[in-house]
Design a protein around this ligand. Structure first.
Ligand code: ZN
Length: 470
């Protein structure tokens, strides 16, 4: 435990409570022990995928890799962070509110994270045709409840806590790949406004983290026969359940998989079983091809999402339906990902300004930096939310000294060290604003992907991903 600005912090693998008890990795908000392994494994296999001969099978990755490798690395981290969220969401699935659909010529139930059928949403004219639970025979009370249903959500406080871990792990990996003796600390005190601090190369970085998933793969299970619901008045025989109605489902009794809407394929995660589920079944089957597919799928959806809403056409429209925060009837727009949620953008901007005024300005050695970190920036709303803020530098009124220019415009001078960036960096996986040269160098994604594709990070990733559980 380290005291930092008067609050308790701990390194990222030791969750220490105020009564000084240590919480083992597997019992924390996320299964940190396995999440580290998952991150290291997916990054390593992505690197192998870049080196291997299969790139042509993944056209989106291939095209980004030739045009802008650094941007591709960011996208890969974006996909991997969503996948980590995904696995943690899957750890929290229940036996309630699975949705039934037989439209794919078989009988399936899904555990949806959006308010629409994961299979049908990209195959119908309008999202309203894929809405879940909107039975015309439903009672008013049921319809009322449906009106607020946007998928089986996790409580937003938990999403925030999961997100901090995911982001801090990835940032730690990126930093340690360059500075092996760097230290990353998480602040567990909810009262404090710093989320994490990273020390390397003689500097300290205060991080504000705003992360929530953009793309989640729902859980799916195939049934051997149609579900039934009630009996026919005339014959007394069971009637088939209607598509897009909810059913209870004993998840631990069935083979489950993660579902890819775009190509109607899935990835097995076995039966819900044991404390390391679904990390273990996932890790045991991950190979180059699977990791490349997860990233290609994410990229296909992200690139559609990135297009401004009014300019999307054809399949870009339906692909973007698979992102969080779309609005009714698909999702609650409060669940927009990362900085795409204006609330997160506003809170993150205030936090950065406060770090600057309360800590950076007071740092005598000028070795303190700030960063706003999120999985995703405002993407298609970037020009509205962030563009005009990204390079702002500010100073206090008294530090601006009037320069005497006869009859000319008002000019002030200020000592360079008294000027502070609103953001030393806004580090997101789809775009990085790097006003500080030292941070730009440390978190250089172009350098990282080059070393990854040159097979220089294998041993590092192996070590980073295999932390022993105490
Ligand atoms: Zn359907």
């Amino acid at each position: 435990m380290v005291e930092l600005f008067g609050v308790s912090t701990a390194d990222i693998d030791n969750d220490v409570r105020t009564n000084n008890t240590k919480v083992p990795l597997s019992k924390q908000m996320v299964n940190g022990f396995k999440m580290r392994e998952l991150i290291a494994t997916t990054v390593r296999l992505f690197g192998q995928g870049l080196m291997g001969g299969q790139l042509a099978d993944f056209p989106k990755i291939n095209s980004e890799y030739s045009s802008n490798p650094a941007r591709l690395m960011g996208f890969a981290f974006g996909a991997i962070s969503d996948f980590c969220f995904n696995i943690e969401y899957v750890r929290r699935i229940t036996d309630k509110r699975w949705s039934y659909c037989a439209k794919a010529n078989d009988n399936r139930v899904y555990y949806p994270y959006l308010g629409v059928c994961p299979h049908c949403i990209t195959r119908v004219e309008k999202p309203t045709q894929a809405v879940l639970g909107a039975d015309s025979d439903a009672s008013n009370a049921e319809k009322e409840s449906r009106a607020r249903y946007f998928g089986n959500k996790i409580e937003s406080h938990h999403v925030g806590r999961i997100g901090e871990r995911v982001i801090v792990y990835i940032l730690d990996l990126l930093t340690k790949s360059r500075f092996e003796d760097s230290t990353t600390l998480m602040v567990f005190d909810d009262q404090h406004d710093v989320d994490a601090a990273i020390f390397f190369d003689g500097i300290g970085v205060l991080a504000q983290i705003k992360a929530s998933p953009l793309i989640l793969l729902p859980v799916m299970s195939k049934l051997s026969a149609p579900l039934t619901d009630g009996v026919s008045d005339s014959t007394g025989l069971p009637e088939k359940r209607k598509d897009h109605t909810f059913t209870d489902f004993a998840a631990s009794e069935h083979e489950l998989s993660l579902y890819f809407s775009l190509d109607d394929t899935s990835l097995s995660i076995g039966k819900k079983d044991g404390k390391n589920w679904p990390y273990e079944p996932m890790l045991s089957q991950l190979d180059e091809k699977t990791v490349m597919k997860i990233i290609e799928n994410w990229l296909s959806i992200y690139l559609s999402f990135e297009i401004p809403k009014k300019e999307r056409e054809g399949e870009d429209v339906s692909r973007a339906y698979l992102t969080s925060g779309w609005g009714a009837p698909i999702d609650d727009n409060k669940t927009k990902s990362g900085l795409a949620r204006s609330d997160n953008m506003m809170k993150g901007t205030y936090a950065s300004l406060k770090y600057g005024a309360y800590y950076v300005q007071g740092c005598q050695r000028k070795t303190l930096k700030t960063t706003l970190v999120a999985n995703i920036d405002p993407a298609h709303q970037y020009a509205d939310y962030l563009e005009k803020l990204e390079d702002i530098r500010w100073g206090h009124k008294g530090d601006f000294i009037p320069v005497d220019v006869n009859d000319g415009p008002d000019i002030y001078s200020i000592e360079a060290k008294k000027l502070t960036y609103l953001f030393d960096s806004v580090f997101t996986f789809n775009r990085q604003i790097m006003n500080d040269a030292q941070l730009a160098d440390a978190w250089n994604l172009g350098g990282f992907i080059k070393r990854l594709a040159n097979n220089e990070l294998g041993e590092f990733l192996e070590d980073w991903g295999s932390v022993d559980e105490e």
